[in-house]
Write a protein that binds this ligand. Structure first.
Ligand SMILES: [Zn+2]
Length: 649
């Protein structure tokens, strides 16, 4: 008998080489993708959701403990009892009819609308309670005002999240508008209200402006008096009276879009009171419906979650609790999370790692050959002066406590919205350095870069495995958390970031030569992504450009940091290869995700990131270290000729 000699399989960090060379994302994540199912109440499940599951357990623990404290002493006012009261209002089923009555009463009050002043008053009330309206008011630090906090008018929202849904040819093959109408009908019938069908027609006309992905106007500041003289049909006195800013004429405001403000002004001039009543009614419904008991939350789920996103089942009630607390009580929950689960030595270690990545990014920016020498130096300085905020902030904005109750969720949502707007008003005129805490939750599995502050924020939620695991072999953390940090740092030089200098001032610091070179480089990136298709639909290379730049730059920076460690440690060739394998496997793992097709298609429309498998496969092949780590050769499908590989920073 002859024995066939089997060739010894090479090890690639435990993954199969054949598949590697054709689809690296799938190859690394194969067993995960085969074994994991998207939970029926979600439209996608990926690494973020895996980590969130751990965090959710901790947040539930906080919420339940707070609820117990609230029930023990409902009149005692503390951080814990405030969270406990809101938790109680979500979980107490007995209080649910009250939610419907509260919404009905708010809708009923719209019958009293008679004048344009009344309309402006309701809009001011909505903005103050942060109920979706045709306008939104938010706070922002304005460079030109000496970095002081001012209010900004932003475009509001309408019923559907993208303007394509309002076209006759909606994305996918679903008759979105038909089902949208059906949804509104069900809700209005149940609430004994007149039909909202005319709202759909109105939204169709507004959609191209209010849902424009990117406003191309330069943001513009206006004095309160200018608002009054320019947008003359809006009764501003009534608006600001309701919003709670009586001295509005002395204030300066920022406008996200002057075009949109002119449209709202025109609507005030031309539209009847009946029009406004319909718009406000639908906006109240949109804002509160997910917080109502069945069948209302079912109607919401059927249309928004199931039809538009492919989610199979409604979120269990207990998850609504987390949704409400994380959406509306961020600083409170963050503070409680930090006190219970985080310690400063962990923060110190993660901060040291962040500094390593920062050093690598400084060197990389100073060696970008297509930037002029002076620009390179400034880019390096921009990274050097970047504020690294890791794990949690030094203080939290938790006072004064909001007056919430344990009986009615809808009332609480209004109270918490008003509480947030009041924080904005109280903060007016202050500078960023005086700000307490972050806007973002510390338990978020995310990373942020803020151009206006030149600040990188990595919340504690992103410092968990598989992104960051102190027990993993060398290479792993650089491919996970390292790339995330590098990605956020690169945002300082993307489409938006490059328009800001190191002090967060909106100021052009690139030469025309630099800009021209940048255009050339980005053309190739746009071209590469625009030629990809997902489920037959094209990827938008332009709207995903900044994120794709950040992906490319982020991986390059983290790889630099790893290379430096490898050099310092004088590792053998084999060890180097293993570290690269760990790096790229960790990178691909950090993007593993399963999505419903509906969610994938919605992502192509509304997400600024490219679809996840592409974020892995299109990126790794631009780096020689990946070829070295997995012995990728010219004949392999993912191979790219070194002269054609993309590199921007
Ligand atoms: Zn990003």
């Amino acid at each position: 008998m002859k024995y066939k000699k089997t060739r010894k399989q090479k090890s690639y960090g435990g993954i199969q080489k054949d598949l590697c060379s054709s689809d690296f994302f799938k190859c690394v994540n194969k067993s995960w993708l085969d074994s994991v199912h998207v939970p029926p109440y979600k439209a996608a499940f990926g690494v973020s959701e895996e980590i969130e599951q751990q965090i959710e357990k901790q947040l539930f623990q906080i919420a339940y403990e707070c609820q117990v404290q609230y029930r023990k002493s409902p009149t005692h006012r503390s951080l814990e009892t405030a969270v406990g009261a809101v938790a109680d209002s979500v979980l107490k089923t007995a209080s649910q009819p009250k939610n419907i009555h509260t919404l009905q009463s708010h809708i009923g009050q719209l019958n009293c609308l008679e004048t344009k002043e009344d309309v402006a008053r309701v809009m001011g009330d909505f903005c103050r309670a942060r109920i979706g309206s045709l306008l939104r008011v938010d706070g922002t630090y304005l460079d030109t005002q000496g970095g002081k906090y001012c209010l900004e008018f932003r475009r509001g929202i309408i019923g559907l999240p993208d303007k394509l849904y309002y076209d006759d040819e909606s994305p996918g093959r679903w008759k979105t508008l038909h089902y949208y109408e059906e949804y509104l009908n069900k809700v209005t019938t149940r609430l004994a209200l007149p039909s909202l069908k005319p709202v759909i027609e109105a939204e169709k006309k507004l959609a191209p402006y209010i849902l424009l992905k990117k406003v191309n106007e330069k943001e513009k500041e206006v004095a309160g008096t200018t608002l009054a003289s320019r947008y003359t049909h809006i009764p501003w006195e009534s608006f600001f009276g309701a919003y709670g800013l009586p001295d509005w004429k002395r204030r300066v405001f920022n406008l996200e879009s002057q075009e949109w403000m002119s449209i709202v002004n025109k609507l005030f001039q031309e539209e009847s009171i009946a029009f406004w009543r319909l718009i406000f009614t639908s906006q109240l419904i949109h804002h509160f419906i997910a917080y109502l008991p069945p069948p209302f939350d079912d109607y919401h789920f059927e249309f928004y979650r199931k039809r538009l996103r492919g989610q199979a089942q409604k979120l269990p009630q207990k998850y609504l609790l987390l949704e409400v607390l994380t959406d509306w009580m961020t600083p409170f929950l963050s503070k409680l999370y930090k006190d219970r689960f985080l310690d400063s030595s962990f923060r110190d270690r993660a901060s040291d790692f962040a500094k390593e990545i920062q050093q690598a990014a400084m060197r990389r920016m100073n060696s970008v050959e297509w930037l002029e020498p002076r620009t390179r130096k400034l880019a390096e300085e921009k990274v050097e002066t970047m504020i690294l905020s890791i794990a949690y902030p030094n203080s939290f904005a938790t006072s004064p406590l909001p007056q919430v109750n344990g009986d009615c969720l809808v009332e609480n949502i209004i109270t918490l919205g008003i509480w947030k707007s009041q924080q904005d008003v109280d903060r007016l005129g202050t500078k960023r350095k005086d700000q307490k805490g972050w806007e973002d939750p510390i338990y978020a599995v995310n990373g942020y870069y803020y151009s206006e502050d030149n600040e990188l924020i990595i919340p504690a939620g992103s410092l968990l495995s598989p992104f960051y695991d102190e027990k993993k072999p060398l290479g792993w953390n650089y491919g996970g958390l390292g790339v995330i940090m590098g990605h956020e740092i690169t945002h300082a030089f993307d489409e938006e970031g490059k328009e800001y200098d190191q002090d967060g001032h909106r100021k052009s610091w690139w030469t025309s030569q630099d800009k021209q070179q940048y255009e050339e480089k980005t053309k190739d990136i746009i071209h590469l992504y625009s030629h990809q298709r997902v489920l037959g639909h094209p990827v938008d290379g332009k709207s995903t450009l900044s994120e794709n730049i950040a992906d490319l730059g982020g991986l390059a920076i983290a790889l630099d940091a790893l290379n430096l460690v490898l050099e310092k440690r004088r590792v053998s060739l084999d060890e180097r290869k293993r570290a690269y394998q760990q790096f790229f496997i960790s990178y691909a793992v950090s993007w593993r995700i399963k999505e419903k097709p509906e969610k994938q298609i919605q992502g192509l429309l509304v997400d600024r990131h490219a679809p996840t498998p592409l974020r892995v496969n299109l990126i790794v092949r631009q780096f020689q270290e990946w070829y070295d780590a997995f012995d990728i050769k010219e004949k392999d499908p993912m191979y790219v000729d070194p002269r054609k590989r993309l590199k921007i920073f």
